[in-house]
Design a protein around this ligand. Structure first.
Ligand code: 2P0
Length: 353
């Protein structure tokens, strides 16, 4: 950025989120409106996250973006929608130290540079778009002095990627599907903050860091078009499950939380299998991890660990406390001894030591 008249910049860091009641299927593709509510847990921001710096300068001739140090196109509708929505809410900005003054009306003419970096594999089913788009919207909102609250910003992030709306908050978050045609009430709310249930330990077993074959966007489009099971899930199953999950979170009821989380993950993958042609996100290693957890939970008489899998084979394991997490790691390492052939690595999240 050397040689510019002036540059104003800001940096934001946003964690990814993992759904425990899944979003899968849109009722409006352009506005990104889902067919059901979803609930997620936001990870500790010091682990899997996106870091985004946004800069503005009168010398920038067009908007540009770099993702993981490579320039990417901003011409897609999703980026354009987020940029337009944030710009339309921009306010006066003044940096007295640098002697910079930007009037509200000037934002329409000024261009931005965006530098975004994921500290984890992109598009490998670890919700990179969730952290990425939430971070982009949050950073731009800070730069442009947007006054909207987190829920209103979440409705903008949603237009970049559905799951991104849930990354604007920490703790447990619900994306309310909303009823309005314009999507104004399809936004995220916080159910409980990050301190509410801090016994939980999340372990992500990276089964493969390869990019997935079917993107979430095209996968869910095919599911909406072909799966009858999805309609039953969205209308009959998820509304009841969301209420039960809200209750489990409120009461820190791990038994119910784990059962609902595992059931919902399995139903999401059943819906993928019910798609024509079928979509397979999990692999043999994923299935072995499910068996390991199911057998252990049954032998203990009640769940110790919950598992959930997104649009990829990597497992997210939620242990009820640190002691259980240690035991889980031992079991995983015993069954999948680290060697290049198994491809299984573990990251321990939520470790405060
Ligand atoms: C979720 N997933 O609730 C579900 C579970 C994957 C499986 O949200 O098209 O990347 O950008 O709205 O948000 C992945 O979908 O899709 C996702 P778009 P997105 O986390």
């Amino acid at each position: 950025l050397a040689g510019q008249k002036w540059v104003l910049l800001t940096t934001a860091q946003t964690p990814t989120n993992i759904a425990v009641i899944k979003y899968w299927g849109k009722r409006d593709e352009d506005l990104i409106l889902p067919v059901n509510d979803s609930i997620s847990v936001t990870l500790d921001p010091s682990h899997l996250c996106t870091i985004t710096t946004v800069a503005v300068s009168p010398d920038f001739e067009k908007d540009r973006m770099w993702l993981n140090r490579k320039e990417i196109s901003l011409s897609g509708a999703r980026y354009q929608n987020c940029l337009r929505e944030i710009r339309s809410r921009a306010n006066d900005v003044e940096d007295k130290e640098k002697g910079i003054k930007i009037a509200k009306k000037d934002w329409e003419k000024l261009h931005v540079y965006i530098d975004s970096y994921n500290n984890f594999p992109t598009a490998a089913g670890l919700a990179s778009s969730a952290a990425g788009l939430a971070c982009l919207v949050f950073a731009l909102a800070n730069l442009m002095n947007v006054k909207e609250d987190h829920s209103q910003l979440s409705a903008i992030a949603r237009q970049g990627s559905g799951s991104a709306c849930r990354s604007l908050y920490g703790g447990f978050v619900k994306w309310c599907m909303g009823k309005e045609k314009d999507g104004s009430d399809s936004l995220a709310i916080q159910l409980a903050d990050e301190k509410h249930w801090d016994d939980l330990v999340i372990i992500i077993a990276v089964v493969s860091s390869r990019q997935k074959e079917t993107s979430s966007t095209s996968g869910m489009r095919e599911t909406v078009e072909t799966s009858l099971l999805l309609q039953h899930r969205a209308k009959e199953i998820v509304p009841k499950r969301v209420l039960a999950m809200e209750e489990a979170i409120k009461n820190r009821d791990f038994v119910s939380f784990a059962q609902l989380t595992c059931n919902d993950s399995n139903q999401f993958h059943a819906v993928c299998l019910d798609t024509s042609p079928p979509i397979f996100y999990m692999n043999d290693t994923s299935h072995r991890i499910i068996s390991l957890v199911e057998k252990w939970n049954r032998s203990e008489g009640e769940p110790q660990v919950a598992y959930t899998f997104d649009a990829g084979p990597n497992s997210v394991l939620i242990a009820r406390n640190r002691k259980t997490a240690v035991s889980l790691l031992q079991r995983l390492l015993f069954q999948f001894p680290p060697n290049p052939e198994t491809e299984l690595n573990s990251y321990v999240l939520g470790d405060k030591s």
